[in-house]
Design a protein. Structure first.
Length: 425
């Protein structure tokens, strides 16, 4: 089959799915201010301190019950399901107008699981029979948020992470909001008229002397520079720049581990446009084109030192509560640290497998509806159409020819965040 014929078939499938999903917003007309799984406020906005809450003590409970199913086939990744809930009760004390202290715990529960691996969850954890917790995966939480100036905020402890980081889909899989631990470390946020920055360190694994695993942490930074004024404008242009670096290992490693230092990174630079409408069915339209790179500065986890990818996306937010998304990615030797497996050229199902290239068409439809202040529910479906390059292996296994593939994910969730005033001074 010729390459032009493959591209035509790929485009035709994507267009058909896009047309089908684009009709969904017309089915529902309920107004809502709830947020779907892939949408969240930027960290700089989420960290804003309400001066009216000064000298108050509150109990806040943030949680989500969910069912998420991945139907994957082929040679890219295994399918799996995530049924469960996560909850974070905490005490929130704001002694000063520009300082907030929070303390509580995080609990992760999967239906049907009685024991949980007792270490950091980056996605679905690997079972370790000698170290576990019973009943739930539990972590203590502590966060201090200080507003240093009108535009700068410092966060220590639990950072405003996950989908708050303004990372594009190839760099961050929103499913991690259902499976990964809260990000813990430090964060610096800057928000001005033309520039927004989120810089953070997520310390994922701490080691002691003679420990049997490596330390691991991720350093991230996202910037967005507006080329047009963003205040009270219906159309804006911006330059999003993103960087993720994961480091594993160090001087405390035991020689018997024989793993060495691993330093892996992803980066992207793009051009984004946003059009907001004051009325009508369509609330906002976002488009982005970006170039992505992956780089292995040290280690042997990836088969390539560097790789690249191109990403195009279009996102429509509707006043009915729907969000529809289209995306196209072409990757050559690109590996994503935290993105879905369909946005890279490595096989997570076939050990050691790597594709000569990966072309991915993405279509997503999400719905979210508010049930009242602090409560909402939603549903989502994500479709992936892939044109997979030649699959090769480092050993004697025979190579596999180019092929088409498809996969999809769907799920439901219920968010809740009640807040109770305990005392005011």
């Amino acid at each position: 089959m010729s390459s032009s014929s493959c591209i035509f078939r790929f485009s035709l499938r994507l267009f058909g799915l896009a047309f089908l999903l684009s009709t969904l917003p017309a089915v529902f007309s309920l107004r809502t201010n709830a947020q779907p799984l892939t949408a969240d406020t930027p960290a700089a906005t989420a960290a804003i301190l309400d001066t009216a809450q000064s000298r108050t003590l509150r109990l806040e409970v943030e949680g989500m019950a969910f069912f998420h199913d991945n139907e994957f086939d082929g040679t890219i990744s295994k399918g799996y399901s995530l049924p469960g809930f996560r909850v974070q009760p905490r005490l929130v004390y704001q002694p000063l107008p520009h300082l907030r202290l929070e303390g509580g715990f995080h609990a992760q529960v999967y239906e049907g699981a009685g024991k949980y691996p007792n270490y950091a969850f980056h996605d679905i954890a690997t079972w370790k029979g000698t170290q576990w917790q019973e009943g739930a995966h539990l972590l203590p939480l502590l966060r201090a948020t200080a507003r240093l100036s009108r535009s700068t905020t410092l966060v220590l402890g639990q950072v405003y992470g996950s989908t708050h980081h303004d990372l594009s889909l190839p760099l961050y899989n929103p499913e991690l909001a259902l499976s990964a631990d809260p990000e813990m470390g430090a964060q610096l946020l800057v928000d001005t008229r033309r520039w927004q920055m989120d810089a953070w360190v997520d310390w994922q694994s701490f080691i002691f002397e003679q420990d049997t695993h490596q330390e691991a942490f991720t350093v991230g930074m996202t910037h967005r520079l507006w080329l047009t004024p963003r205040a009270h404008r219906s159309f804006t242009l911006s330059l999003p720049a993103r960087l993720l670096v994961q480091h594993r290992g160090g001087e405390q490693d035991l020689p018997s581990l024989n793993l060495g230092v691993q330093t892996l990174s992803n980066a992207s630079l793009g051009l984004a446009a946003r059009w907001e409408r004051p009325s009508g069915a369509l609330r906002a339209l976002d488009a982005e084109a970006s170039a992505l790179v992956s780089y292995q500065q040290a280690g042997r986890l990836w088969p390539w030192t560097s790789g690249g990818a191109g990403w195009l996306s279009l996102t429509a937010d509707w006043r009915s509560g729907w969000r529809t998304q289209l995306g196209l990615l072409y990757a050559h030797r690109f590996v994503s640290l935290y993105g879905a497996p369909f946005f890279g050229a490595l096989s997570l199902k076939e050990k050691g497998g790597r594709f000569s290239y990966m072309g991915t068409g993405y279509v997503g439809a999400e719905y979210a509806r508010s049930l009242g202040a602090g409560y909402s529910w939603g549903a989502h479906v994500y479709l992936y159409l892939t044109r997979q390059g030649r699959l090769t292996f480092p050993d004697a296994r025979p190579a596999q020819a180019e092929r088409w593939g498809n996969a999809f994910s769907f799920g439901l969730f219920l968010r809740f965040r009640p807040s109770f005033l305990l005392k005011r001074w």
